[in-house]
Structures are given as C-alpha cells and as structure tokens.
Ligand binder design. Structure first.
Ligand code: MN
Length: 200
C-alpha cells in the first residue's frame, strides 16, 4: 500500500538569514532555524510515521499528545514555526499593533509598555529552558505566560500570538547570559501584521 503520509515541513524563512542582525546574528539563525528547528521537524516525522497521528494537524498533535517525545518534538515544531515567521527584517519599515490588538492589550495590561514589561519579567524568571508567550483566550483577554521546554498555549485552549524563545540556543551566541536584554530587543523585529493575522 502506498503511504500518503504528508511530512511536516520546516516553515519558509520570510527574510534572509542575516536580516535580523544585530539582534539575531546570521550564525544564530543558521544554527537555530537550519539545525535545531529542522531536527525537531525530522524527529517528529520519524516518530509519527506509521502511527495513528499521521494526517493529524500539527496543532492537534500538540493539543492531544501525552508528555513524551512526540509532544516534545511537535511542540517545538509549532513553537519554532510561530517564532521564525513573526519577525521582519531589522531595516524594514516598522509595523504597529492593529487597532483591535491595541484595544485588547490596553484592556488587559493598560498599555503596550506594561505588556512588554511583563514579558521581560517572565523571561527573566523562567528557570531552565522554555518559552514566554503573549497569547489570547476566546474572550480576547491577552496574557503573558511562561512555558516549560516544548509547551505551547494551544494545549490550554489559548491562541499563541508572540513567541519568545528563551532556550539558550536562541540567544547565547549573540547575547551570552543577557537573556532579558535579548528578549527586550526582539520587540524591534516583530511583524505586527503577522500578529494581527494570528489574532484573527
Ligand atoms: Mn529554539
């Protein structure tokens, strides 16, 4: 029988590997996107080949998989897909939160600056490897949350909006131990038009 299994693919990088400099160097993009993210994709494909998860969407696998290798790799595929597609080149014209996004941020945090401060605090306080997400619930409440390892907001019924990868592989070559300064600098790369699409 011919397998119709459609493998998960690495997301196309919507900018050149050096376009995020100086916040994220070409070397970090090549390693983080081309090696770490690609390895999660390859491992996920090999883990689910021939199982009942073939044909499931990535989000459904992340929602439903028990703790373990499938969940870890699926979570990291989804996390990195959302992470790498949320940026725009450092020299591109600045984008801004949509009116709706700004209204929801103001309602939940009082201001965009307050929300950024919450992201800094969460990134600084996260122990070990993980992610900080700006996420929304079905009622349009916005949250800043910490996630361990490969975890993702979709597992808790939330909409992932903005990803901050605080695994050391994301920043150590460029920023060494200055994790919070790195996270603060990422705001300058965010493509708010992409974030508005995620909010829907
Ligand atoms: Mn990463």
């Amino acid at each position: 029988m011919t397998s119709l299994f459609m493998k998960f693919l690495i997301a196309t990088l919507p900018y050149a590997p050096n376009a995020l400099e100086p916040v994220i160097s070409r070397q970090t993009v090549e390693l983080h996107y081309g090696v770490h993210y690609q390895t999660y994709v390859d491992k996920l494909n090999s883990l689910i080949a021939g199982t009942e998860l073939e044909g499931e969407s990535l989000e459904d696998i992340v929602r439903k998989a028990p703790e373990g290798p499938v969940f870890n790799n699926a979570g990291q595929v989804l996390n990195h897909q959302l992470y790498f597609t949320q940026f725009q080149p450092a020299d591109a014209p600045e984008t801004y939160p949509s009116d709706e996004m700004m209204r929801l941020i103001d309602r939940s945090f009082g201001s965009l600056e307050n929300m950024k401060h919450e992201v800094s605090k969460a990134a600084s306080a996260l122990f070990g490897s993980g992610w900080v997400w700006v996420e929304a619930d079905a009622d349009g409440n916005i949250y800043v949350c910490q996630y361990r390892n490969a975890d993702n907001p979709v597992r808790y019924g939330r909409i992932p909006l903005i990803a901050f990868d605080v695994w050391e592989h994301a920043y150590y070559l460029d920023w060494m131990n200055k994790r919070t300064a790195h996270v603060d600098a990422l705001w300058g790369l965010i493509n708010w038009d992409v974030i508005a699409e995620r909010l829907g």
